[in-house]
Design a protein around this ligand. Sequence first.
Ligand code: ADP
Length: 742
Amino acid sequence: MSIRKRLTILMLFIGLVPTLAVGIVAYITISTSLTHKTVDQLVSTASEQQQRINSLLQKRQEQALELSNTFDLQSNLGTYLASAGRQGKPQLQSIVQNTINGNTDVQNISLADLSGKIIVSTNPQDEGLTLGTQDTAMPSGQETTTTVREDQRDGIDKLYITTKVSVNKQESGLLSVVFRIDDIVAAVQDYTGLGSTGETVVAAHNANNHTLSLFPLRFNTDAALKANLDSLQLFTDSDTGYKDLTDYRGTEVFVAAKSIGFANWVIATKIDKAEALAQTDQLRNTMIIIVAASSLIIALIALYFTQFFTKPILLITEAAQQIGRGDLSPQLRLQRRDEIGTLASNINAMGASLKGFVASIEAQRNRLEIILNSTVESILAIDKHGTIILANKAATELTQTDVGDIVGKNVNDIFRWSQSAEPFTIDYLQSGAKIYTDLQYINPAGITHYVKLIVAEIKVQQGDSAAQTIITIHDETKSRELEAMKVDFVSMAAHELRTPLAAIRGYLELITFKAGRTLNSEATSYIRQALKSSTELGGLINNLLDVTRIERRTLALTFEKIDLAAELQQSVEEAAFTAKDKEIKLIYDGIRVPSFVAADEIALHEVINNLIGNAIKYTDPGGTVTVRLQRENDAYQVAVVDTGIGIPVAAQPNLFTKFYRVHGGLNSGSTGTGLGLFIAKSIIERHGGSITVQSQEGSGSTFTFIMPAFNATRFASLQSEAQPKIIATRRHHGWITKNITR
Ligand code: ADP
């Protein structure tokens, strides 16, 4: 969900929920209190009405009782009854007449005997008639009956109160007093404070136990009277507050009922619910309007603030995405001085500095590209899946393929290497750097390239498609061709020199043989010197030829079982004369037991001779040269130790390379070719051994070579090893010939 949506929801929630909650709580509180107020008013009106009507009834009842208790009435009734109606009647008549005359409320007074037969009445026609059953049927234990009914004569509702009259404490007659009830009706119908739908009901049970109103009702009175007021449940739980009911009109009402004890009546006030709750409804509507209006305002404010906060964020996000896509020129224009404004200007600044940064990287990249493309070496970068992600110009020239056709391809699909005509696989994903030499690559044009490969892992890995390995292909085809040409030339020159040299030697020997005796000593010395020089020259030529054979890999060796101890002793003996000549002590200090190795005897002999020759050559008179031999596990170690001039440390690593001479500068006067140690190393390695040097300038040198001891299995495999196809036409005596004088 976007930040704008979230913020909008949050703002609306914060704004609307409290508003709605306050609205609802206020509505409930106020409406409850309003309802209570209305109902309380209803109940209190009911109580007031109850009191008023009670007091009006009570007054009339007291009047009736007062009359029934007057002495005159009782004594005259006693007389009347005792005389069986002959005496007392006129007195009784005047008593009731006098009573009515003094009381306008009273409509009629009748005195009857216990059977209800009227003795006297203010209404003379009634005399001799009988009182109504409602009047005579007095409920047990009660002294009076109170009823309201229509007067048959004038059709007006009246209050009938009948009391018992006692003569000498004996019930002797009934006094019926008929009252006007205008004031009671007025009191009942006094609706002040009850609102437009309020009314008072005074009800009693009829003979069928239905509730009927004693007085006309305010609404729909006839119907109400004809029907009954049972639905108002006036007699159930009266005096207990109020009820919520549907009245005789089918209207929902609140009713508060109170009993009027002595008459077994009930007085109730009621009000239409609609009116009672009108204020509440109005309040509800007002509240809804207020809540709706405030919600709307809050929503608008929330939307405004959401917009206010999120718009710049969205703009900033968009700008950041733009930068992410590589468009570094977004310019956010937010006229704000707050943190968001600062953020926007920081993003602008970041974009600008990134732009500069990218430009400088671009420039650097261009420079690198130029460098890469101008190197003669082919350079490739591949990722960890072997996919080529960069190839320089030399690579495209080597493969004769466009950059677009190399980049994105797998390196194994583009380059198939071979070594000595056999397919060669390279692990491009190895760690560290590795060099592969002597590889061939045949390009699409069918041209074979001899190459050297450097496969180097890039340590910093930035991801799946980041460059993982750099492959540098060094094309050695041209230099190999040159080298081959050089070797060919040297070989050819050496071969060509051998014939004239042989002729020179032949003639010199012929002169010595034929005219040796006739030559004077000076001429003899010259010829000897010439012979010596030609021998040296022959040695040099042989050395050159050997070097060319080594380089062409055409040097043939014949392995035999040779006693190394015997070979060494023989070489020491051979050199003894030269050493003695130079006043150098040459000694053999090795084991003398047969020490067999598999070797080409001539080659081995020449290596030993060269080492001994060098030792003598580079040791001043008075020094010592010691030849040692010792067994070391499965090998023999030969050391030629001298006390000579030594070799500087810096020169030692190059000693075994071609033409390298330490003490052989042009002005040094030292003679030599710098080929002896190169040939010696090649021969020793062909025998499966190794050669090293230890030397200290001024103190002497030790050349040590190790050869594996004779082993039948190894010997067999050496013999069966394919000899170079071109067998060297050597077997001259003296492989490495040197002039031992420096
Ligand atoms: P050359 O002796 O013909 O110059 P080598 O290949 O036999 O060629 O020797 C190479 C160089 O090594 C020599 O020129 C010499 O400077 C140095 N060297 C070889 N052996 C010794 C030694 N025993 N003491 C000092 N220097 C030596």
